[in-house]
Write a protein that binds this ligand. Structure first.
Ligand code: 2AM
Ligand code: CA
Ligand code: CA
Ligand code: CA
Length: 272
């Protein structure tokens, strides 16, 4: 047990160091993103900086932890890594988003993160989400609480949707005027305090964990968007499910996250 604890502390310190290095790199290139490429469509973008940040993180991990698997957004072998990840039931793995909130990054909106989640035997044990512009560093270790820049954080105390500020997000290519999200916003906007679309799911989860937001609902997220944030949120007292209220899994699920207190009313209100 002692040795496992030591290893987890070492992993945590490594992840922290890598996130800060990647953060510094990304920050240096703000306003100078290099070539911007379209992935699947005009709103699905990747820059040279996403790839540089990813290379930095992957190289560091591979050097220091050669036995660990890595799942990351811009990896050219990502489809393979995804299959391995889904079958992987043992060992340590790193789930990485080199920039979460690329559209914000490209437009100079100071709201994006480097997100690093570490799982052991399929379960999240370490989460790091770092916004290098505002210097917000969110961290969590399993059963050890969640922290913002070293200070313990807790979810907000809002009891009802009427007091809640909720976030969502969407992929512009999925948008149409009759889509589920449009109907959900129609249902919930007048019942909650307000709704926000801020553009980085990892930070949305951390903002619930630190009591700024009360909830988030989102479809089409990937493990690299959520692996770190859900540990940070649950360690801060929050709750994460799919839209039916089942425990959230890291892939192929809708996501509904909250301060726990409003969760039931939240689920009922966005159900369609
Ligand atoms: P990204 O910036 O790393 O792509 C915004 O609501 C959230 O959804 C962000 O975390 C963003 O991550 C992700 N996202 C935005 N567009 C996406 C797309 N077309 N496919 C998958 N994820 C996307
Ligand atoms: Ca992306
Ligand atoms: Ca992302
Ligand atoms: Ca990304």
């Amino acid at each position: 047990i002692g040795m496992q604890q030591d290893l987890q502390i070492k992993l945590y310190e490594s992840a922290l160091e890598y996130a800060k290095q990647a953060g510094r790199l990304v920050l240096e290139h703000m306003g100078n993103t290099g070539r911007i490429e379209q992935k699947k469509n005009a709103s699905d973008l990747v820059t040279e900086v996403d790839r540089m940040s990813e290379m930095l993180l992957r190289n560091q991990i591979q050097q220091e932890y050669p036995g660990h698997w890595i799942l990351s957004e811009e990896d050219s072998c990502q489809a393979n890594a995804y299959e391995i990840f889904k079958r992987q039931k043992s060992g340590y793995g790193w789930i990485i988003d080199p920039i979460d909130g690329t559209t914000n990054f490209i437009h100079g909106i100071p709201h994006f993160s480097i997100s690093i989640g570490i799982v052991k035997d399929g379960k999240p044990i370490i989460g790091i989400v770092y916004n290098p512009v505002t210097n917000e560093l969110y961290t969590a270790r399993k059963s050890k609480g969640a922290y913002l820049n070293g200070k313990l954080i807790r979810v907000g105390k809002e009891l009802q949707l009427a007091e809640a500020v909720l976030a969502t997000g969407f992929h512009a290519n999925d948008w149409n005027s009759g889509s589920r999200l449009v109907r959900q916003i129609d249902q919930i906007a007048g019942k909650s305090r307000n709704v926000r679309i801020i553009g980085a799911a990892s930070l949305d989860l951390c903002w619930i964990a630190s009591g700024k937001l009360t909830g988030l609902w989102h479809e089409g997220l990937n493990p690299w968007d959520t692996a770190a944030g859900i540990l940070i949120l649950t360690e801060a007292g929050g709750c994460v499910t799919d839209k039916e209220g089942n425990p959230y899994r890291l892939y192929h699920d809708s996501l509904v996250a909250s301060n726990s207190l409003i969760h039931k009313e939240f689920l009922e209100t966005i159900k369609l």
